[in-house]
Design a protein around this ligand. Structure first.
Ligand SMILES: Cc1cc2nc3c(=O)[nH]c(=O)nc-3n(C[C@H](O)[C@H](O)[C@H](O)COP(=O)(O)O)c2cc1C
Length: 180
């Protein structure tokens, strides 16, 4: 089994710690985990050119090409991000928008994707109001749908403005990876 971690924080802080714990749990199960720091990739913004309505893939040839391949090769897709203005960071949003070719491949070009994947969302938020971060799950769901994945697990930590992430929540992330 293979897992793809799409990591969208520009720093190695709260989200990284949570993601690392989850990753350790997956590795404990001998799942092959590929960690991609999306902030280091060169991904152009979707221009809505409609190329992918008639052709497989995207007109742009950039780092997104390897992401498409890795998505197709994986059984578990992990989206990991701090909350920025209620949703994923812009690094991840650019990647997500570029997943329109995956959606069109299935639903417009009618090319079957035989692998049903599992999806995981990991996020951290500075504030403690969960309502404020509802959009995260919705965005993750739509993204995962284009990858033929469900949202199977949501692991999050709120209130990082006041408390550094540590202890129990890291243990929880590890344990959730053992059962996803
Ligand atoms: C540009 C920016 C926007 C943010 N927007 C929100 C927000 O809308 N809601 C929230 O609860 N926290 C927000 N935060 C706080 C981060 O989500 C929080 O500090 C998070 O734990 C940072 O994760 P990291 O340590 O992995 O970078 C924002 C932080 C930044 C830098």
């Amino acid at each position: 089994m293979k897992a793809l971690v799409l990591f969208g924080s520009p720093r190695r802080g709260n989200t990284y710690k949570l993601t690392e714990s989850f990753k350790k749990g997956l590795e404990e199960r001998n799942i092959q985990v590929e960690f991609i720091d999306v902030t280091k990739l060169n991904i152009s913004h979707c221009k809505s050119c409609d190329f992918c309505l008639k052709n497989k893939g995207c007109i742009f040839k950039d780092d997104m090409e390897q992401i498409y391949t890795k998505i197709y090769e994986s059984d578990i897709i992990v989206l990991a991000s701090p909350v920025y203005f209620g949703t994923v960071t812009s690094y991840l949003k650019v990647l997500i928008d570029r997943c329109q070719p995956l959606y069109n491949r299935r639903f417009v070009l009618n090319i079957e994707d035989k692998v049903k994947r599992k999806g995981v969302l990991i996020f951290t938020a500075g504030r403690k109001n969960k309502k404020m971060v509802d959009a995260m799950e919705l965005v993750a769901k739509y993204f995962l749908f284009s990858c033929n994945a469900d949202l199977n697990e949501v692991i999050y930590c709120l209130n990082t403005d006041e408390n550094d992430i540590e202890g129990a929540i890291l243990e929880t992330a590890y344990e959730r990876a053992l059962r996803v």
